[in-house]
Design a protein around this ligand. Structure first.
Ligand code: IPE
Ligand code: IPE
Ligand code: MG
Length: 254
């Protein structure tokens, strides 16, 4: 039986972020080239996006290509960019069918023009879809984003539109590329690596982390449900004590 039936849909994270890792190792295990892993990773993207949208998750952010990934061998970067163009083109209909809108975060201007065109078209076509935002982090890194935000705040201050003493966490957060989304409550990383690799450093301040040994091309619906169930068993304290949380839960009882 599917783990889906055990999920409490009244206590879902609004935003789930995923570091999709392990494509290269998955391919190696099959005696194939790394790009074979990336191609198979696309199936997991489709499956997890559908599962998340069906559950009622509002935002799913997928780390697809980091700023640091530009340093990979030229052939791999080129293959990833081609795969991106091809996938977006092929999957737009599925996004429409599932009422999912595509959005991006990251320095997308550094992507090849063909990628930018394909992305712009898919973003425009799916912009009216309401069920879930599928956010692809492309040429993204958190330090890049934070530095950009700092630069914008400096410009606003210099122009006299903002006083330095008015800068607070909210004002700062509004300059980030994720300003239109709630912070992720759950961060998933596949493939057994226990690190964040420059992803959403500001936004994951209070996220719950879920690490699994499963490699991304093997990460399916059930694996996703497992992560959600794990999240639902956590106690999110936000600096308070466990007793305080129990008391405030009691006081909301009728
Ligand atoms: C994740 O898989 C995909 C990208 C970073 C683009 P990897 O390509 O990092 O796979 P491993 O970590 O080498 O197995
Ligand atoms: C993180 O994976 C980036 C993406 C999933 C796109 P990497 O495989 O690039 O991360 P490191 O280099 O192992 O930390
Ligand atoms: Mg990796």
């Amino acid at each position: 039986m599917s783990l889906k039936t055990e999920i409490d849909t009244t206590r879902l994270p609004a935003h789930v972020a995923v570091i999709m890792d392990g494509n290269g190792r998955w391919a190696k295990q099959q005696g194939q080239m790394r790009v074979f892993g990336h191609k198979n990773g696309v199936n997991s993207v489709r499956e997890v996006s559908e599962a998340a949208a069906e559950l009622g998750i509002q935002v799913l952010t997928l780390y697809a290509f980091s700023t640091e990934n530009w340093n990979r061998p030229h052939e791999e970067v080129e293959a990833l960019m081609e795969l991106l163009v091809h996938t977006i083109h092929a999957e737009t209909e599925t996004l429409m069918k599932n009422d999912i809108r595509l959005e991006t975060i990251g320095d997308t201007q550094s992507l090849p023009p063909s990628c930018q065109r394909e992305l712009a078209e898919a973003i425009q076509k799916t912009s009216g879809n309401k069920r879930m935002a599928l956010v692809l982090a492309l040429s993204y890194s958190s330090r890049w984003e934070i530095v950009e935000a700092a630069r914008r705040l400096a410009k606003l201050t210099q122009a006299g539109e903002l006083k330095p003493e008015d800068i607070n966490a909210d004002v700062f957060g509004r300059q980030l590329t994720t300003s239109r989304y709630p912070d992720p409550e759950l961060l998933i990383r596949t493939s057994g690596e226990l690190r964040v690799s420059n992803f959403l450093l500001w936004q994951i301040a209070y996220a719950e982390f879920y690490f699994t040994e499963t490699l991304w091309p093997d990460f399916d619906r059930e694996e996703f449900y497992k992560a959600i169930l794990d999240y639902q068993n956590r106690e999110r304290r936000f600096g308070k004590t466990s007793d305080q949380l129990l008391k405030s839960a009691d006081s909301t009882q009728p």
